[in-house]
Design a protein around this ligand. Sequence first.
Ligand SMILES: [Fe+2]
Length: 287
Amino acid sequence: MARIIGGLGTTHVPSIGNAIAKGLQKDPYWRPFFSGFDYVHGWLAREKPDVAVVFYNDHGLNFFLDKLPTFAIGAAKEYRNEDEGWGLPVSKSAAGIPELSWHIIEKLVGDEFDVTMCQDMLVDHAVTIPMALMWPGPAAWPVKIVPIAINTVQHPLPSLARCLRLGRSVGRAIESYDADLKVLIVGTGGLSHQLDGERAGFINREFDTLCLDKLTVDPTALTQYSIVDFVEQAGAQGVEFLNWMAMRGALTGRTQELHRNYHIPISNTAAATVVLENRPLPQRKAA
Ligand SMILES: [Fe+2]
């Protein structure tokens, strides 16, 4: 059966892609953020995942406001990027694993998550930047991906509880997939930030810390926040944390935080990188 090795949460701000393209990783402004990935590189080299299931939000490359599914899953052989603006170079493509995508889709619909199925899907910086951070350099990425897009853009948004349950359903689906695969779960976006309006530039370190603390040990506690509450505490775009909730939900075993890096600001965003271990629960003895 497929095995979930752990979860990674990371910010996906477009300016990170520009910093990579310009080789600014050791620049004094960028070093505190990029150095947070030194641990990640060692962990991934040891764990060697075969697949990454990536919870993210699309910013208008594949879906726009005219048609915006709440949950959408890729079931393609390949996921291309295109020119998104932002000055970002077009990224290399990511390989897909449609057999696993369809298995997850079957299980999600069985769990009454009516997802949009995408056999052709572009992925934007919310997928490609985390991939480039995890596996830097020009070589092809060493994993196949299953991209799962959550609407964090056009209200009404799904609740934190709904995204946690979505992740749990995805986790159960992965663990019932009959293949010897090691699977990494990724959640991208956040943390606190607001791009426009009177609160443009808003960051809330205290609330980010609370979210990261609860994420590992008690994610259900965060479901007390409505989307409006969450926007108030984390900013209009801070709701990208929904992707982190889904990532955490997919960790079905004993979860422990192995690594955390939190740095303010990257662009106008509180940047965070977290690695969570997922250890299998002990098997119950037959009575
Ligand atoms: Fe974003």
